[in-house]
Design a protein around this ligand. Structure first.
Ligand code: FE
Ligand code: FE
Ligand code: ZN
Length: 303
């Protein structure tokens, strides 16, 4: 069975809100941030809510081992020019892993980092050093490094970079990767030959290191180094290719997470109002593309 979900919000009731939102999309997994993705302000976790969330997951056959937490993207392990900031990032991720332990979540996705004003090599070394500090802590949750689009000074946008990070980490039990199809496309990997990509990747790391897929179409061309996600079938990768990846035999047991954009009132409206996930999940489950789905979403949600 396809393990499919989307990014959901960590609402007023924390992870209980996330479960409810995921269920409203007919998802059997989901991904959340423990607060705003753009800041590091985090609330205490309410254990009573965690218990209720777990009950709701059990009732609906959501396996907690398929749920993904995503670290905020403003932490940066690549840059040591400001040691205070680097240490803050390390401490934040340590705490985030402990929060995941409390929630019962065992996978945290992390953007490796940005090598701002330093060489890529230096940035990669700093990330490995930070990961080794973080993972020597007594938490349980593992870190999944996400493949990046290679925008600006982003680290981890090539097979060589991402695998050198994984292979440089001492605690191999707690390091893995998350493949983002939009990022891979923008980084120059042609998703129409996804199996060739997997073949190349697995010459450097074991296939079991892949623990999550971010399934997104891309607004930009192959090798554009941009990172703008598009709705399924509305970008340069296309529905058929994404469907193939979703059902790839070698990755059939790992969760696929949609991070596609919300839908505006019209194609060019700036305000993004309606979640596309119920429709995108439905198309993936049925293995059939509905070219009119954006209009159907507008119709349903604007009522
Ligand atoms: Fe991400
Ligand atoms: Fe992603
Ligand atoms: Zn992205």
């Amino acid at each position: 069975m396809l393990i499919i979900g989307s990014h959901v919000s960590y609402g007023k009731e924390g992870i209980l809100s996330s479960v409810k939102e995921a269920l409203s999309y007919n998802a059997n997994t989901f991904m959340f941030y423990t607060g705003a993705p753009t800041n590091t302000i985090r609330k205490e976790i309410d254990l009573d809510i965690v218990k209720k969330a777990k009950e709701l997951m059990d009732e609906n056959n959501i396996n907690i081992n398929n749920i993904i937490c995503h670290a905020p993207y403003i932490v940066n392990l690549a840059n040591k020019t400001d040691m205070d900031k680097w240490n803050f990032s390390i401490d934040f991720i340590k705490n985030e892993l402990h929060r995941c332990d409390i929630l019962g979540i065992d996978k945290l996705v992390l953007h490796p980092g940005n090598a701002v004003k330093i060489s890529k090599e230096e940035g990669l070394n700093n990330i490995i050093e930070a990961l080794n500090i973080i993972l020597s802590d007594n938490s349980k949750c593992m870190i999944l490094l996400e493949t990046m689009a290679g925008k600006g000074s982003e680290c981890g946008s090539t097979i060589e970079e991402i695998t050198s990070l994984v292979n440089g980490t001492k605690n191999q039990d707690r390091i893995g990767i998350c493949l983002d199809t939009c990022h891979l496309n923008d980084a120059g990997y042609d998703m129409t030959s996804f199996d060739d990509f997997l073949d190349k990747l697995t010459t450097k790391i074991d296939i079991t290191k892949i623990k999550c897929i971010h399934l997104n179409d891309s607004k930009n061309d192959l090798d554009s180094h941009k990172d703008r996600h598009a709705n399924l079938g509305k970008g340069t990768i296309g529905f058929a290719t994404l469907l193939n990846i979703a059902y790839n035999e070698r990755l059939k047991d790992i969760p696929k997470i949609l991070e596609t954009p919300y839908i505006g009132e019209s194609d060019d409206s700036k305000e993004r109002l309606y979640p596309p996930y119920k429709y995108e999940i439905n198309m993936l489950k049925n293995k059939k593309y509905n070219p009119d789905y954006l209009d159907e979403i507008r119709k349903e949600y604007s009522k």
